[in-house]
Design a protein around this ligand. Structure first.
Ligand code: CA
Ligand code: CA
Ligand code: CA
Ligand code: CA
Length: 497
């Protein structure tokens, strides 16, 4: 049934327009996960109450049994179950005494670009492929420990792994560290990235559908860094989502990768859907506050990052995630366009899966199709009085820029925010080439902006260096308590005062 559903997803996604497909894909995926979770729930409930059901059937068959007998039967059954439970507990205790903890975190070092999976791992001269390493880390019976997957592939230059089928979903915590490959290095630049990445996953044959990715992460406390992930057909570059039975996934970090580009970070090698898809995942970070954590997420067929609340059966939320410090839709120089085929960052929820409190801060978002940040996946969302509306990131109102003037070598931006009375906001400012309005260059921020009782706050901001006349300024608002970030404001052209 699962495979049929997957095929159905795949077939339906291929028909119709791209944007409609994405919506449909999201709905179909919910159906799939919901059915899997419901199946798991039904199995659990039919086996969880055997005594009540059998007693009732017995009573009905005999027709003469009294409530007292029934109660006694239940007491007897309960005693047997209690004894059985005690026995199971004793056996578990004995096992624990013999083996007091899970196996410690283990390091698997990938030393081959091949795509085979060994049947008898651990032999002398062991060849470890990425597929091997993921499978082993998934199955070494240490679900609460973090394993590591490192790389030491012989030879110079970029090593390309081309899976011939989807890689196994990551089902236990693991750190996959592309920077362990000798010769690679993390970004050190303030603008753009000079990260040197030497491990590339070419997903031309590794994709499947929207519920899988080039890498599929179904385990909390997992980190993926230092990889180039591109060309994954029909799928996101990285998919982070609950497992088939709706396990909660939290604290995943995606750092210092190139997703949707070639290893040079200048050519589009798009993944079939979004670059990174967070589906009903919370407290996870794409990027981070360090330079080394900056991802390049450009050239993908759909959004750079797609945050989806998921469905109720998946615990139903994508909350308190952070999309921070990344290059989205731009080349690795942080200047030239590369694009994504849909907005840079989209936050999407519906009645069954909330998506609130998602920080989108300090990124370079540029030349994406549509708008830079889209709440509700519906294009630009208008501000509402008092900001009482709800939806993706609570449909946080965006700032309004009144002026951007250059006087005596200094740029001064003035504006206002109409939002929730009494709340406090961080306003971030960005500059853009003339005629564009996403958020190419992060200029700085103003924290602690209080919105008064009438729902209005005003601000003045001057970046540390002047923005040339003719460029535009945009801004976002982030509620400092809830973490909700707005879409970008309308662009304001810089003029000479
Ligand atoms: Ca493991
Ligand atoms: Ca919107
Ligand atoms: Ca609003
Ligand atoms: Ca609102």
């Amino acid at each position: 049934m699962t495979e049929q559903r997957r095929i159905k997803v795949s077939v339906e996604v291929r028909s119709g327009s791209a944007r409609a497909n994405r919506k449909r894909e999201s709905v179909l995926r919910r159906d799939l996960r919901w059915e899997l979770a419901r199946y798991a729930g039904l199995s659990a409930s039919t086996s969880a109450t055997p005594d009540g059901a059998s007693n009732n059937q017995t009573a009905n068959r005999s027709g003469t049994r009294t409530m007292m007998n029934l109660t006694q039967d239940r007491i007897a059954a309960n005693k047997i179950m209690a004894l059985a439970a005690l026995l199971v507990a004793l056996m578990a205790a004995m096992l624990l005494a013999a083996n007091p903890s899970y196996a410690a975190g283990t390091t698997f070092t990938v030393n081959s670009t091949a795509d085979t999976q060994e049947l008898t791992p651990g032999l002398t001269g062991d060849v470890i492929t990425l597929r091997d390493a993921i499978a082993r880390a998934n199955s070494n019976a240490n679900p609460s420990e973090v394993d590591r997957i490192n790389f030491d592939i012989p030879g110079a230059g970029v090593h390309t792994i081309s899976p011939g089928s989807p890689l196994p979903p990551i089902s236990e915590p693991v750190v996959i560290n592309g920077y362990s490959q000798p010769g690679s290095s993390v970004n050190t630049l303030a603008r753009g990235t000079n990260a040197k990445l030497l491990v590339q996953i070419d997903g031309t044959n590794a994709g499947r559908d929207s519920a899988s990715g080039g890498l599929t992460i179904n385990a909390s406390n997992t980190v993926v860094k230092g990889l180039v992930i591109n060309r994954v057909t029909n799928s996101p570059g990285i998919e982070i989502a609950p497992g088939a039975f709706g396990e909660v996934v939290r604290n995943v970090r995606i750092e210092g990768n190139f997703i949707g580009t070639d290893p040079s970070g200048t050519l589009a090698r798009g993944n079939g859907l979004a670059g990174v898809d967070l589906f009903a995942v919370s407290e996870s970070i794409v990027g981070g506050s360090s330079r080394a954590a900056r991802n390049l997420i450009s050239g993908n067929n759909f959004d750079g990052v797609f945050i989806d609340g998921g469905a109720a059966a998946d615990v139903g939320a994508a909350e308190n995630n952070q999309i921070r410090g990344n290059l989205i839709g731009i080349q690795k120089d942080g200047i030239k366009p590369l694009g994504n085929g849909a907005p840079g960052v989209t936050v999407f929820e519906d009645s069954s899966g909330k998506a609130n409190g998602n920080f989108i801060l300090s990124n370079s978002i540029f030349s994406n199709k549509g708008i830079g940040i889209d709440l509700d996946d519906d294009g630009s969302t208008a501000n509402d009085a008092g900001d009482t509306d709800t939806g993706s990131n609570n449909l946080q109102n965006k700032p309004s820029l009144g002026s951007a003037k250059n006087v005596s070598g200094k740029t001064t931006v003035r504006g206002s925010l109409s939002s929730r009375p009494g709340a406090t906001y961080t306003i971030q400012f960005f500059s853009n080439p003339s005629g564009t309005g996403q958020g190419r260059t992060f200029l700085g921020q103003k924290s602690g902006l209080n919105v008064d009782g009438s729902g209005k706050g005003t601000f003045t901001f001057s970046p540390s260096s002047k923005v040339a006349a003719g460029q535009t300024i945009t801004a976002t608002a982030t509620n400092e308590f809830t973490g909700d970030t707005s879409e970008f404001s309308a662009a304001k052209g810089v003029v000479t005062g």
